[in-house]
Design a protein around this ligand. Structure first.
Ligand SMILES: N=C(N)NCCCC(=O)O
Ligand SMILES: [Zn+2]
Ligand SMILES: [Zn+2]
Length: 321
């Protein structure tokens, strides 16, 4: 018999009541929220995608969803800076995991497409926790059917608009080039935030611009500040439908050591969380948090950062009073 004591006031079913069940106990769901099947439908579904066969360096992101859930137990009901109860004003539920083919990327992409589409039958929007960045492509394919080309707000140390690796077109370094080629993204409204580190050549940047992206480099954060980046985002995206894709390696390795392709000189978690808060009121149609690789994490540093990223995204998606 489950000892979950979900706090509910007749509205959305929220997380387990922390005054009844100690934080280290309760369901292994994101923020100890109810499972989707327990509530039937949700405004936001948290969906794990256990896939990391598209990586080019350190693997392990297939274990990211479980790690982020385990690291999310301390999340509480009220978000003071956004002044919202993200789990009280909307139904948020954990939609479980998509376990896709680890041996065939094409089959895995088809599986993610089908699983994401099925989850949208009972969830208004989905916050996906990965998995490596390959997973963004099938998600954008599904969202394109409902929204047309979406503006991609991409937080990452890496452009992820490269062409192929060893001849492979579908990897964690290529999702946004494929998406742009397939007409899935709004080339007048997409941008990267946090880009840094060595590139393969200058052509990486000229190609990237043609594919529809503007770049805010990590090095610009000191001068622009989170507020300046937030302004750039609003100016670039306006009221377009926006897909937010967050590669946890946008954070400095000090703030996110548990990731596959770390680059020095990244954002602090405080900067990233401040930028995400500024998305409140924008037309967010979905989001993901990818590339968390627990094997390289210490003391849940990366898992906790990813959990808070998810919390601020859910808060930014909440209906405002
Ligand atoms: N972590 C992501 N998503 N992409 C990394 C690509 C790294 C590289 O091409 O060297
Ligand atoms: Zn990256
Ligand atoms: Zn990436």
């Amino acid at each position: 018999m489950s000892n979950d004591t979900f706090s509910t006031t007749g509205g959305p079913v929220g997380p387990v009541d922390a005054t009844m069940v100690p934080r280290y106990a309760g369901p292994a769901t994101f923020a100890r929220l109810p499972a989707l099947e327990a509530v039937g439908r949700a405004d936001i579904g948290i969906l794990g995608v256990l896939f990391d066969s598209g990586v080019s360096y350190r693997p392990g992101a297939r274990f990211g969803p479980g790690h982020i859930r385990a690291s999310s137990k301390l999340l509480r009901n009220y978000n003071p800076i956004q002044d919202v109860e993200p789990f009280g004003v909307q139904q948020v539920a954990d939609a479980g995991d998509l376990a896709v083919n680890p041996f065939d990327i094409d089959d895995a992409i088809a599986g993610i497409d089908a699983g994401y589409r099925a989850t949208l039958d009972t969830c208004g929007r989905i916050l996906t926790i990965g998995g490596d960045h390959t997973i963004a492509l099938p998600i954008l394919r599904v969202l394109h059917e409902a929204h047309g080309p979406v503006a991609v707000l991409h937080f990452d140390a890496h452009l992820d608009t490269w062409d192929t690796y060893f001849g492979a077109a579908y990897t964690h370094g290529t999702p946004f080039r494929r998406a742009s080629e397939e007409g899935l993204i709004d080339k007048t409204g997409s941008m990267h935030v946090g880009i840094r580190g060595p590139l393969y050549s200058r052509k990486d940047l000229t190609d990237d611009e043609v594919l529809g992206f503007q770049v805010v480099g990590s090095h610009q954060l000191d001068d622009m500040g989170a507020a300046g980046v937030a302004e750039r985002i609003r100016a670039r995206m306006g009221d377009r439908p926006i897909y937010v894709s967050i590669d946890i390696d946008v954070l400095d390795p000090a703030a996110a050591p548990g990731t596959g392709t770390p680059e020095a000189g990244g954002l602090t978690s405080r900067e990233l969380l401040a930028i995400l808060r500024s998305l409140q009121g924008l037309n967010l149609v979905g989001a993901d948090i990818v590339e968390v690789s627990p094997a390289y994490d210490h003391a849940e540093i990366t898992g906790i950062a990813a959990a808070h990223v998810g919390y601020e995204l859910i808060s930014a998606m909440a209906p405002q009073a």
